[in-house]
Design a protein around this ligand. Structure first.
Ligand SMILES: [Zn+2]
Length: 225
């Protein structure tokens, strides 16, 4: 593996703070038994104002969802995920998360899929079934109600299509950017939860636990920093 200090393929040097951030994320996944590599930032695209903050699900594919659902940042569960990261997996927590996502310039989103409706979001299914245990506390969420509340607040709900096909995770720490899904990678834009004040260890724990449960063979992470 190359030195963290070299400019490398991305063509720029990281500051000391970014190097630490990269090293922490790198070590977390390695210690959990994942394959880890550093990505080339030229696949990142700028996020768009008023685009939807959605889930890290890889099925946000071109042509399958409106474009504005592809150009917002993502974390598993979308708005429900933010509430959960904040130790507030409740309807009040979802409303608070929606307000903060809107204030940050995006539309709060969540999704299901055509076959399972609201339970088609793997994160939200795992959450409401108690999969995350103590990490999530005691979720008190009815997903149909959450969907309705979100839509009343100007948020977005979409049903995705098909089965999970990702064999890796894109973990993006570059503020103001996202990755466009090609169906082969889950996408977490870690910078967004972090600017909302979420603790890094919770972000990492939930990210890894979600991928490991949904797609155990996708324990390959590419880090963008
Ligand atoms: Zn989802």
């Amino acid at each position: 593996m190359s030195s963290l200090h070299e400019s490398g393929a991305n063509g720029f040097y990281l500051t000391f703070a970014r190097n630490r951030e990269l090293a922490q994320v790198n070590d977390f996944f390695l210690e959990r038994g994942w394959n880890v590599c550093r990505g080339r930032n030229d696949i990142l695209v700028p996020t768009m104002f008023q685009a939807v903050f959605g889930c890290g699900d890889e099925r946000y594919i071109e042509g399958e969802v409106p474009d504005d659902h592809r150009y917002g940042p993502s974390f598993f569960g979308g708005t429900v995920g933010i509430a959960t990261l904040r130790c507030e997996p409740t309807h009040k927590g979802i409303r608070r998360a929606a307000v903060d996502i809107s204030n940050a310039g995006f539309r709060p989103g969540m999704h299901g899929d055509i076959d399972h409706q609201e339970l088609g979001c793997g994160f939200n299914r795992l959450l409401t079934q108690g999969h995350f245990g103590e990490l999530a506390g005691r979720p008190d969420i009815d997903l149909k109600q959450a969907k309705k509340a979100l839509q009343e607040m100007g948020g977005s709900y979409v049903d995705l299509k098909g089965l999970h096909t990702a064999d890796k995770l894109n973990f993006n720490l570059v503020p103001g950017t996202t990755t466009l899904s090609d169906g082969k990678a889950f996408g977490v834009d870690a910078w967004f939860p972090l600017i909302l004040g979420i603790e890094q260890y919770r972000l990492l724990e939930f990210t890894a636990a979600t991928v490991e449960a949904l797609k155990p063979d996708a324990k390959n992470v590419t880090i963008y920093v």
